[in-house]
Design a protein around this ligand. Structure first.
Ligand code: HEM
Length: 423
């Protein structure tokens, strides 16, 4: 894929993925057509979305309730809300890091993906669902969602097979969905019975109405909760796992980050107030996601014939946007392969679709601020107490599958710091 991108320098072309041949769209000005000028023509259906709909409900955004749901999510995980829950998030993350430390005693190596997943699932569930869920339930939902997402992979190689036709992975998938449902439905049903005026996601969805007064039924509430989980956890877990490999390969960046955390957090507990001061950590997270965007390809079905950059695009076909390739175009990002957090300093002028890690247009990610806050706090919680060391030298070159992820399992050791151990 990287080779294709480099060879065509952002030109539109059809790529041969065996069972189907989507158009590859990478240039920001071409993305303008897909995500802005003619956005209604490019729909979240077909490849990736059809199999995923069995887990999260219809993702196409075809009715008012769907847009109401997006608004609820947006209000919940961005803007002033971040400030409101950042202390709770900091406390949850600190507690999870404490537990991780117990597992790392005597220099035992830890699997970074498993550890990061645990921290992320707890942070998102505690902050967004609050006391409606226990740690144990959060861990079990997390494990089941990971199993469901892995079981979907075989289907993605055969995008035109209807969901009703049996396929490898189906049984595991159904089992995982049953586990998710057995945990999520009771939470939603109980909230529905008791009525809920809290600030958590279930309460907000229960209170929400469309302009003409429609409200979410039980299934839609369940879908809402699960889709927020799916959107907010796997990507974040992959990103955080990758981060340790990247920091290992960028000692200067790691050192500057450490200095920031030492200065801002010192020996004290992390709090939400630290977020404003952890600016370098934020830029490191964004730059890491520029080079390694977990959602490295974003597919859309083309409704009607169109023309993008002079190239005719047939209605009924598939296009794939690729943040990964957009971020590697040398005329969009100077020296694109260089890791440079300074690119994310305020005031930089770039095309609105030059940075595509969080998508763009009507379905753009609502969780960017949540993500950056989460990473800032996780990095601070870990590096203020430990010097994490990556075991061996895992390659930074990613594996391009359904999501972009590290090529091999990443293991880390936590070396405790203290007044004597600190530089
Ligand atoms: C590394 C972290 C993350 C990455 C890379 C990421 C990436 C993305 C991308 C690329 C999209 C758009 C998909 C498309 O256009 O087809 C998206 C949508 C979405 N993201 Fe994120 N995301 C991240 C974290 C989060 C978090 C932490 C949350 C919530 C707390 C979240 C919630 C959502 C939601 C709800 C949508 C769907 C929006 C819609 O369909 O209108 N994301 N994300």
């Amino acid at each position: 894929m990287e080779l294709i991108g480099a060879e065509v320098g952002g030109d539109i072309l059809r790529i041969n993925l065996g069972a189907f041949r989507p158009y590859l769209i990478t240039r920001p000005e071409h993305l303008d057509r897909v995500l802005y000028d003619n956005k209604e023509n490019y729909q979240r259906q077909g490849w990736l979305w059809r199999p995923l709909s069995r887990l999260i409900g219809d993702p196409s955004g075809s009715d008012d309730l769907w847009w109401t749901k997006r608004e609820v999510f947006q209000n919940l995980v961005s803007g002033p809300s971040i400030k409101r829950f950042s202390d709770a998030m900091a406390r949850t993350i600190s507690a999870s890091v404490q537990e991780m430390a117990a597992r790392a005693e005597n220099g035992r190596p830890l699997d970074a993906a498993d550890e990061m997943a645990r921290i992320v699932y707890r942070a998102i569930t505690k902050v967004l669902i609050g006391d409606k869920i226990t740690n144990d339930q959060a861990d079990r939902i997390g494990a089941a969602l990971q199993a469901a997402s892995a079981a979907l992979r075989p289907r993605l190689a055969f995008p035109f097979v209807p969901n009703a036709v049996p396929f490898p992975g189906d049984r595991t998938f159904r089992r995982a969905v049953r586990v998710v449902d057995s945990l999520v439905f009771p939470i939603v049903e109980q909230a529905q019975r008791q009525g809920s005026d809290g600030e958590d996601i279930v309460s907000r969805l229960l209170q929400a109405r469309t302009a003409d007064g429609q409200r979410f039924d039980l299934q839609q509430l369940r879908d809402g909760l699960v889709s927020l989980f799916v959107a907010g956890t796997e990507t974040t877990t992959i990103a955080l796992t990758f981060l340790w490999t990247v920091l290992d390969s960028q000692p200067q960046v790691a050192e500057t980050l450490q200095q920031e955390v030492d200065r801002v957090v010192g020996d004290g507990p992390i709090t939400g107030a630290h977020l404003l001061e952890l600016g370098y950590a934020r830029k490191v997270a964004l730059e890491m996601l520029r080079l390694y965007p977990p959602g490295w390809m974003l597919p859309r079905m083309v409704a009607n014939d169109d023309v993008i950059g002079g190239v005719p695009i047939k209605g009924g076909s598939l296009i794939v946007m690729s943040p990964y390739l957009t971020h590697r175009l040398p005329d969009v990002w100077e020296n694109p392969l260089e890791f440079d957090p300074g690119r994310h300093d305020p005031g930089q002028q770039r095309h609105r679709f030059a940075y595509m890690t969080f998508g763009g247009g009507p379905h753009a990610c609502v969780g960017k601020q949540f993500f950056t806050a989460e990473v800032q706090l996780i990095l601070a919680a870990i590096t203020s107490r430990f010097r994490p060391q990556v075991v061996g030298s895992p390659p930074t070159r990613p594996q391009l599958g359904l999501t972009l992820r590290p090529r091999q399992r990443v293991q880390i050791r936590l070396r405790q710091t203290g007044p004597l151990a600190k530089r």
